[in-house]
Design a protein around this ligand. Structure first.
Ligand code: 5GP
Ligand code: ZN
Length: 141
C-alpha cells in the first residue's frame, strides 16, 4: 500500500536514501532532515497511511512498541535528559508530510526546543458534554 507521489513512501521503501536507525518489514526509523535536536527520529510505516486515524490498531500498537525501544536507544546513545513523542495529524495540527509518522525528539535541560500551547478552560458542565460526545463517537467506531 504505497502512494505514488509520497516522499515518505519512497524513503520508507529505500528508494530515496535516508539516515536509517532501524528497519524491519513494516517500519523504517530515520533521522529528521531538519531536526529540533540532534538524533530527532521519525518512525515511518512502510505502508501508506495519511494520519493516525487511518492507521489500523495493530500497526498503531507496533508503532508505540517501537517508540519505546527507539527512545531507550536514544537515551542511551545521546545521553538526553528527556524525549518528546510528537505526532501531527492534519494541516491544523501542523502536519506537513501526509504519510503517518511519529517524532521522537531528544530533550536536554535548558535546551531551546519549543513545543508550546496556550491553555484554555471549560465552562461549567462543558467538559462533561465534550467527554460524552467523544464517548458516543467511540461507540460507532
Ligand atoms: P510534520 O510537520 O508532518 O509532523 O513533520 C514532517 C517532518 O519531516 C519535519 O520535521 C521535516 O523536517 C521532516 N522531513 C520532511 N522531508 C524530509 C525528508 O526528505 N527526509 C527526512 N529525513 N525528513 C524530512
Ligand atoms: Zn506515503
Amino acid at each position: 500500500m504505497k502512494k505514488d507521489d509520497c516522499i515518505f513512501c519512497k524513503i520508507a521503501d529505500g528508494e530515496i536514501p535516508s539516515a536509517t536507525v532501524y528497519e524491519d518489514d513494516l517500519f523504517r526509523v530515520i533521522l529528521d532532515i531538519a531536526p529540533a535536536a540532534k538524533g530527532h527520529a521519525l518512525i515511518l510505516p512502510k505502508n501508506h497511511y495519511d494520519n493516525l486515524w487511518e492507521l489500523g490498531e495493530e500497526e498503531a500498537k507496533k508503532v508505540i512498541g517501537l517508540a519505546a525501544k527507539i527512545s531507550a536507544a536514544q537515551k542511551k546513545a545521546l545521553g538526553c535528559d528527556g524525549i518528546n513523542v510528537l505526532q501531527n495529524n492534519g494541516i491544523a495540527a501542523g502536519q506537513s508530510v501526509f504519510h503517518f509518522h511519529m517524532h521522537l525528539i531528544p530533550r536536554y535541560e535548558e535546551d531551546q526546543v519549543e513545543i508550546p500551547w496556550k491553555t484554555l478552560s471549560y465552562e461549567d458542565g462543558e467538559a462533561q458534554t465534550v467527554c460524552d460526545s467523544i464517548k458516543e463517537a467511540m461507540k460507532e467506531l
